[in-house]
Write a protein that binds this ligand. Sequence first.
Ligand code: BGC
Length: 744
Amino acid sequence: MSRNNITRKKCLVLAVGMAAILTGSLATAAPAPWLDRSVSPQDRVAALMRNMTKAEKLSLIESDLALEFGAYKKPAGAIGSAAYVAGIERLGIPALQISDAGLGVTNPMNVRPGDGATALPAGQAMAGAFDLALAREGGAMIGAEAKHRGFNVLLAGGVDLVRDPRGGRNFEYMGEDPILAGQVAAAEVQGVQSQHVISTIKHYAVNSYETGRMMSSLDLTIPALQESDLLAFRIAVQEGRPGSIMCAYNKVNGVYACQNPYLLSDVLRGEWGYQGFVMSDWGALSDGEAAARAGLDQDSAYILDRGTRFADAMRKMAGHPAGENILDAKTRHILTAMVVNGLFDDQARPVEGAAEIAAHMAVARRIEEEGAVLMRNERETLPLSASGMILVVGGHADKGVIAGGGSSAVLPRGGSAIVDPVQASLETMPHPIIFEPNAPVDALRAAMPGAEIVYNEGTDLAQLATLAKKAKAVVVFVTKWQGESLDAPDLDLPASDNALIETVAQANRKSIVVLETGNPVVMPWFDKVGAVLEAWYPGSAGGEAIANLLSGKAVPSGRLTTTWPRSLSDLPRPELPGAGHHAGAFPLDKSTIAYLRNYDLNKEGADVGYRWFASRAIAPAFPFGFGLSYTRFTNDGLTVSMDGKKILAHATVTNKGKVGGDEVVQIYAHAPDGAPLRLAGYGRVTLSPGESKVVDIPLSPYATARYDQAQKDWRQPAGTYRFVLARNAEDQTGPAASLHIDAQ
Ligand code: BGC
């Protein structure tokens, strides 16, 4: 063979080889159907599952704790936070990187050294803004921060109803009204998931108390459960479409929530048609097999569990065809949430720039400005005048604003403004106490350059009285820290804080109290002070927001989402044995003390919060929906009409005052059968001085419908309903309209 021939033959072989390589590479380059965005989510998941081994399916149904503690090491591949599920590389299934929580991206025990993030204000502010668009922005903000850090599951969306103003986690929740709570949680979830990050809603269900939460049962009849706590979850599920739901630590009607077939199968799948996955709370499992059968899909941080391991139970069950179907359902739920929320398609981890951080701080600030509640303003105390000496006292207002404790506490950028002497560990939860480094004092100086802002710690009352007399106004900051695993034993502020306020009130007519609390408090000095602003836990930009509200740059418009009782005897359960004690409230706490084994919630049933006060004719200290402004609004009546099957309310609202501001319009439904009122709809409207606007408010069908246990669904009874445009849940003297609604 000639040299030329050899060369030609070589070329041919090469060409064939290249073609084969090309064809081969083209063939493998065509995306697998589950990676193809043009294929429907169901088909993507089905195709993926056809290619998965049993072992691969089993690997998805439990997560590893993603923290270091003791001999336990964070798994390789975990970014570090609440939990981690390894991806399956050969199929392109991404890892699940799971982090808390509803107020921002957390960094438990500083597992990602120094990685701070933006904290939203407490849920009371988020819900108290009555502003779903803003809640969505808040969710999108924390979702974006999760994505920057590589997390694709955010344990956000706390929607347990506030049943008791002592609840340690009320600051993570959205108040006592199920319609408002469900809608706000849904909006937050939508925001998080707009960033291709799965959001949970939690803790399903009735985790309203922390005291004894690992053992207690919260008991109430099915209709009452459906018309209260489950209604909030139902709305959050149906409107927010969260990829995941976290089942709670506690029992509901005697059965642990994470192994409760009624909650996990009958209601969630059967009645609500939920397609995503259910994960357990951290250390919530006591019986893996019961949980597997009841409908749990993923066991979180399984090393914290008691009893049989969920994945072992599932592995054993999957040896039989019926069990294999159960494993398939769990796998499908997890993968559906991942596909629907874009986890396969968008694995980018964009860098967080300074401009974006500033924008995120602005979201946190606006939520606080809209959600903080002005509770008193006499003698034209607020807004502050922009000149003269203003004395600021206490609450570390020169350093920052306090945050709630526990798994939702966000480490601020640059660290806490005050370092808690109690070192954070899983055993010292809910420590550390964190102060966001956004000092009201600095912000007041910036907002009012013409004024002289003087700070005093308030430890020497005599010195304080002298100083206060010289000041044009005095602002006292008071903090009350609460956190996960601990309910407060009472509604009191420390005696020293009450004494401080009394001293200031005596010395200066223009005394202002700023409360940074996670719950209502009793205010024995209320009539003596000029003004009170409830700032809740104000979040990362809380100092600025408070300064803007005090100086009048922002006009208060937030409303209470929890009824403030006059005393504990006004509540369905005045006694709360064990409240304030940590024991038995956290998985690693091996104590077997359950102070209060069970909670009989049938006392109030579905009449939670303002409905309880209305049904018992108890006058609250401050009602649900209450909040003052620097301006005054009027309205010219209310009309309510049917629009197809939907009910719409219309009102014209006018700003009669001298400054622009927002009004929160609230419409309550009164049923013909005399059942306690319900918030039916609400809207926020911004009005310049003298301006009028027509507001159209859709009313929730759940405000007039009832749960029908026999039908396992909601039904609208026929009848004539009265709707009231009211300033709050207690004062129902506003314009009213009646509407006959047919049975549906
Ligand atoms: C809390 C959850 C949290 C989880 C992970 C639990 O203690 O109850 O809300 O998401 O820990 O940190």
